[in-house]
Design a binder for this molecule. Structure first.
Ligand SMILES: [Zn+2]
Length: 151
């Protein structure tokens, strides 16, 4: 991850929902459907929809309702596409607004390296599992570290 605390911006999860998502090569891949500390879930298509589980590390910038990724469309499809919808107990989404104020009060686009333990106290509230490869973890910081390194 590019460590650039000066460029960090904090965005409330509510603002991200329904934002359009663009790949590095400028392809519109859908809208933001769910958000948590580790992933942005993009929904593509209304019938036969796919979901892209984009690690937050892969975000280049958020600009005026548009989210830009660091990867190309081809790589997004190869690495992050899934058919299953996100687990509502682990994500903030419109249908499940409670996470907005409890587990995911805000979303850091470029997370500063200096505050990794922010949610440590709430770690047993849901199963900690990587949505891309299904590895499981004991703490939120371990999961975040895994996503950072592996995806
Ligand atoms: Zn994983």
């Amino acid at each position: 991850m590019a460590s650039d605390p000066a460029g960090s911006i904090k965005i409330d999860a509510v603002q991200l929902i329904d934002g359009r998502v663009y790949t590095l090569d400028g392809v519109d891949i859908g809208t933001i459907y769910a958000v948590n500390k580790d992933f942005i879930v993009v929904k593509n298509g209304i019938i036969n929809s796919h979901f892209y589980y984009i690690p937050v590390d892969n975000i280049q910038k958020w600009n005026n309702g548009k989210l830009w990724l660091k990867t190309t469309k081809q790589n997004v499809k190869k690495d992050y596409e899934k058919d299953s919808a996100p687990d509502p107990s682990a994500y903030y989404m419109k249908e499940n607004p409670r996470h907005h104020e409890t587990y995911f009060p805000s979303f850091v686009v470029i997370p500063p390296k200096t505050s990794p333990q922010a949610h440590e106290g709430e770690r047993d509230q849901h199963k900690l599992e990587c949505d891309l490869c299904h590895a499981s973890f004991r703490t939120q910081s371990e999961l975040t570290f895994h996503i950072d390194k592996m995806h």
